[in-house]
Ligand binder design. Structure first.
Ligand code: ZN
Length: 137
């Protein structure tokens, strides 16, 4: 059973890897890009071989506005290195992605907060993170 499952998943994996590679290579070059479908004009994330909305394979890589809204929030109380957040962000373009919020105390992060994407460099390579949008107060 397990073997059959892994067999079934195998044919797509190379193409999926190629999608992931494009995403991370763009990040390395300082670009945040997500796939947009040429047929239905919708964005999606994580990158896939075909559009999850309509099945089209006509996908372009587009830099989104980076603006989004926090949909859900978890605070991870780390033993070392400080607490951090794990959030799901709804991008203005539609896709929901997992990230973390930086640049403010974790206890100030709120669901519904407006945030903006940026790319941080970490020991493990580039990481897409979000910071609170500067608001007119
Ligand atoms: Zn589509």
């Amino acid at each position: 059973m397990t073997e059959a499952l892994s067999q079934a998943q195998r044919p797509q994996s190379a193409a999926v890897d190629a999608c992931d590679r494009h995403y991370f290579e763009a990040l390395t070059q300082g670009r945040f890009e997500i796939p947009k479908c040429r047929d239905c004009q919708k964005f999606h994330f994580f990158p896939r071989v075909c559009c999850p909305h309509c099945g089209s394979q006509a996908l372009d890589w587009i830099t989104p506005s980076g603006k989004g809204t926090i949909y859900s929030l978890t605070i991870v109380r780390a033993r070392e290195g400080g607490d951090y957040t794990v959030v799901l962000v709804d991008l203005d373009e539609g896709p929901r992605l997992m990230s973390r919020v930086v640049g403010m105390p974790v206890d100030n992060v709120r669901i519904g907060m407006q945030v903006e994407a940026r790319i941080d460099t970490t020991d493990e390579g580039p990481l897409l993170v979000f910071a609170a949008t500067k608001e007119r107060s």
